[in-house]
Design a binder for this molecule. Sequence first.
Ligand code: C2E
Ligand code: MG
Ligand code: MG
Ligand code: MG
Length: 278
Amino acid sequence: QAKLEGKNQHLTFTEEMRVDTYNKIQDEHELSRAIENNEFELYYQPQFDLSKKKIISAEALIRWNHPDKGLVFPNDFIPLAENSGKIIELGYWVLESSIAYLARRKEQNKPDLTIHINLSSKQLCAPGLIQSVQQLLSIYQVPAKLLGFEITETSILEDLEISKEVLKVFKDMGICISIDDFGTGFSSLAQLKNLPVSLLKIDRGFVMDLEEDIDDRKIVEAIIAMAHKLNIKVLAEGIETQAQWDRLSSFHCDFGQGYLVSKAITEEEFNQIPTNIE
Ligand code: C2E
Ligand code: MG
Ligand code: MG
Ligand code: MG
C-alpha cells in the first residue's frame, strides 16, 4: 500500500513538473492569448485620507483569471511580461481598462476618484506611451487629473533622463505621479527634488515594523517631514493595524492603503463600498 502511494506520488510529481515546464515555455505567448481571451481583470484597492477618514482614490492591481491555475497574482507574471516585452501590450490593456472604468463611473454619476496604475520602466521608456495616454483620455472623455501613475525609484533610475522627461509631460497634463515602494531602492530624498513627483508611497516594509522597530519609526517620520518640505504628499502602503494608522497620523502622513481598510477588490465590489471609513 505504502509503496503504491509512493509510486503514485512520484508519478504525480513528474507529471506536475512536466506541466509546469510546459506552462513556463508557453507563458510568454500565453500573455497575449490571455489578453485576447479577456482573462485579465483589474482589482481596485482603496486609498484613503488619514485625517478625513475617507476613500479618495484607488490603486489598480492586475489579476489573471487563469483557466487552469485559478487566480494568478502579478508577481507571478509581471516579471515575465517585462522580460519578454509583452508588458507593453499588457500595460496598454491596464491603461485602457482603468480609463474605461473612470468613464463608466462618470456615466453612473459616481463621485470623482483618482485611479493610480503601476507603470513598468520598459513601458515608461517605450515610444508612444504619451500618445496612447492622450488618445485614451480623449476617446473616453476622462480628465487627466483622475489618472495617476506609480513608478518605483529603481525603475526611474534605469533611464533617469527619459523617465524624467516623460513624467514631466504627464505631470503637466495633470496626472498624479507617485514614487512606489519608496525606501527600498538606493535613491535619496535629495533626488526627489529633481523629479516631477506629487506623491511618495512609503514601502510596506517600513510600515510593517513601525511598532517594533524604533529606527523604522524614525525613518518614516523623517521621510514624511522631508517630503512635506518638498511639497510632496505621502501615502503609507500596507497599513494592517489601527496602531500603525495612529502612528502614521501622528507623523502627519496624508494617505494610506492596506488590509486594515480593504484589500484589492473587484470593480463590482468597489462600486458598493462606502466612502467614509469607520
Ligand atoms: P505595488 O504596486 O507595491 O502594490 C502593492 C501590493 O501590496 C499589492 O500586491 C497589494 O495587494 C499588496 N498590499 C496592499 N495592502 C497590503 C497590506 O496591508 N498587506 C499586505 N501584505 N499586502 C498589501 P499585488 O496586487 O500582488 O501586486 C504586486 C506588485 O505587482 C505591485 O506592487 C506592482 O509592482 C505589480 N503590479 C500590480 N499590478 C500591476 C500592473 O497593472 N502593471 C504593472 N506594471 N505592475 C503591476
Ligand atoms: Mg503600486
Ligand atoms: Mg508599492
Ligand atoms: Mg511593490
